[in-house]
Every structure is written in C-alpha cells, then in structure tokens.
Write a protein that binds this ligand. Structure first.
Ligand code: XIL
Length: 346
C-alpha cells in the first residue's frame, strides 16, 4: 500500500502494469544497507493494526522496529504474575511477518526523573519488602521478556537511563538504592545467558557530546564491564529537542565508545520543528546521519516514530513538535529527502 502511493497517479501501478512506473525508489533501509548502517523506527501496535499507511511505511522503510512501549515492564507485567503480552506479541508478529528484527526496548527503566513523568516501573517492584524480593522480581521480569522474544530480537536495551537526568551521577532510584549497581551487572549477565547472540546495550539520554554526563557513563560502563557485565554497545537516545548537536561533539563521543570496543546506536532520534522550519530540521537530520556514517563505531540510527501523526513529543512539549521524517499525511518531508541524500553520500 505504501509503495503504491509512490505511483498514485497511475492506477495501473496497482495492477500487473507495475513496469509503467519503473522500479520503486529505494527505501531508507535500501539506502542504508549500502552504507552498512541499520535504520529503525519505534512503533506502536495499535497503529500497525489500524492505519495501513503507517504499517506500510513501517514494513517498507526500516530494517528494524522498536516497540515504543510494548516491551516495557509496565506493559508486560503491570502487577506481579499478571502478564499482558498482546501489544508486544502484535509488534513481534508484525516484525516476523515482514522479516524485520526488533530492538528490545527496554528491559529495565527505573530512572527517578522519568518515573515522575511516566509510569515506568510497576508499584509492586518499588514496594518490594526486601532486596531479595526486588531482585527476584527483576530476574523474573527479564527472564519472561527475553525468553519470549529472543528469536525476533537481536539487540536489547538492557538498562535504560542509569544516570540521573539532572547531573552526572548514577541515578538514585528505587533499584539502585536497594540493590546498588550490582542489579545492572546481573541484568546483563541474565540477558546474555538467555539470548547469547543478542547485542546488549546501555541506553541513555543527553550524552550526545563531551562533558560530565558522557564521562560519567563511560565510567559506569567501565565499572559494569569490570564486574563482568557483557555490554556490547551504548545507545544515545538523541531526543534533540533544541536541534542537533555540533557534528564534532557527536562524533567525538561516538569515537570514545569505539575506542573502548563498544558499538554506538542512535536509538530514539527525533528533532522537533518547533519554529516550523522544515529545512532547518532537514539539515539537522542530515548532519546526524552524516556523523554516524563518519564513525565506524556507529552501527544504527533508530527514529522515535515514523510520522508526525504520532509522536510522544506532542505531549511532552505540549504543542505540535513535527519531529519525524513523514508528515501527518504520511508524505515525505524535507527531512526524509535529507536523510536519503546523506545515505546516498551526495
Ligand atoms: C516514551 C514513549 O514514547 C511514550 O509513548 C511513553 O508514554 C513514555 O515513554 N526515553 C525512552 C523512551 O527511553 O522509552 C521514552 O518513550 C522516551 C524517552
């Protein structure tokens, strides 16, 4: 359906006369494959099910999909022992049907700032009567999700936002306060034992340039690895609310991760066009893709959505953000063309 819109003026395209349109243009995934880059997008099952143009774009344009919320603890086991797999199964089924992989986002998200904004951790976890019970909940949760989706998931965001959002310290949240950093080591060990082929990530916000937060995350990752955590990569969320960072800054932190043997993924890219200037937005997108292409360690760019019709930023910012590559009518924006140009190398 999505490709048919490319040839909309020629009804013949919907029939056997496909050749009347020539070959469809390459998708972002096609272009990225030629550069050895993985491109992905976050999706929600409700729109995959009800919006054919959304589903078609998800299937056509990207190598990999990220369940925007469906894998999160609140979605899969909101109360202890009650598993709710419908949304996660729907995303996984879609990926399998379209021969796509999943980025498993996210096994554990306990950040104390994010917890004020969103329901990210079920109450029973926070209210565990003692450390052993809390660790048991973590073990059960990770085992349940990884076991169920290992076949379709080739990367996991094992730990999301371990740093405090306000500064460069390890976040003091209910898990870390009770269990120390050891819960993170154990989460990586467990995910690796259950899905040995998968690449395992720490995913973090606001680490897209040099500075104390980047240093703090490098130090934390070094400690976790020294304690035995099998970590393969670091995810830069890259919600660029105020525009893209300078390329030199982004490339510098990516190279730092590469220098310690880790891969880097941009995992949640979105770039609002709050002033309405779609050309400024397009060049910012282009710069982010060119930075990733310039650094060996950068293996992936995943967008936090597909279309401006559905973006978490409208709620987060309280006004239309228009941060993605397709507009609300699922038409390609200048940002799409800029990304395609970056991937083409011209
Ligand atoms: C967001 C989703 O997009 C929203 O739909 C949900 O209400 C809250 O979570 N960093 C992350 C993502 O790691 O999981 C968040 O996703 C956005 C910020």
């Amino acid at each position: 359906m999505y490709r048919a819109t490319v040839c909309a003026p020629l009804l013949a395209c919907a029939t056997a006369l496909v050749s009347a349109c020539g070959d469809p243009p390459p998708t972002l995934g096609d272009l990225a494959s030629r550069r050895g880059l993985l491109v992905g997008a976050a999706v929600q099952s409700q729109w995959l099910a009800t919006e054919p143009d959304y589903a078609a774009a998800a299937a056509a344009e990207f190598h990999s999909l990220t369940p925007e919320n469906a894998f999160k603890w609140m979605a899969t086991e909101p109360s202890h022992g009650t598993f709710t797999w419908d949304e996660a199964d729907a995303v996984a089924d879609f990926a399998v049907a379209h021969h796509r992989t999943l980025r498993g986002h996210t096994l554990v998200w306990a950040n104390s700032y994010s917890a004020q904004l969103f329901a990210i951790l079920p109450d029973y976890v926070a209210q565990a009567p003692d450390a052993a019970t809390m660790q048991g909940y973590l073990d059960e949760h990770i085992a349940a999700v990884v076991t169920r989706y290992a076949d379709v998931t080739d990367r996991w965001d094992v730990v999301n936002e371990p740093l405090s959002t306000a500064d460069a310290t390890v976040d003091a949240n209910v898990l870390t306060d009770t269990l120390g950093e050891a819960w993170m080591v154990r989460a990586f060990e467990q995910a690796h034992a259950l899905d040995p082929e998968a690449r395992l990530y720490v995913n973090e916000a606001l680490i897209d340039g040099p500075g104390p937060r980047h240093d703090a995350l490098m130090a934390l990752v070094a400690r976790l690895r020294a304690a035995g955590a099998p970590i393969h990569g670091v995810g830069l969320q890259s919600h660029f609310l105020f525009g893209a960072p300078p390329s030199a800054d982004l490339e510098s932190v990516m190279r730092d991760w590469g220098s310690v043997g880790l891969e880097v993924a941009i995992t949640e890219l979105d770039l609002p066009a709050l002033d309405g200037d779609l050309d400024v937005q397009a060049s910012a997108y282009r710069s982010v893709f060119e930075s990733c292409l310039a650094v060996d360690a950068c293996s992936e760019i995943t967008l936090w959505g597909i279309t401006d019709r559905h973006t978490w930023l409208d709620g987060f910012l309280g006004r239309p953000a228009r941060p993605l590559l397709f507009d609300a009518d699922m038409q390609r924006k200048p940002a799409y063309d800029a990304v395609a140009a970056a991937l083409r190398g011209r």
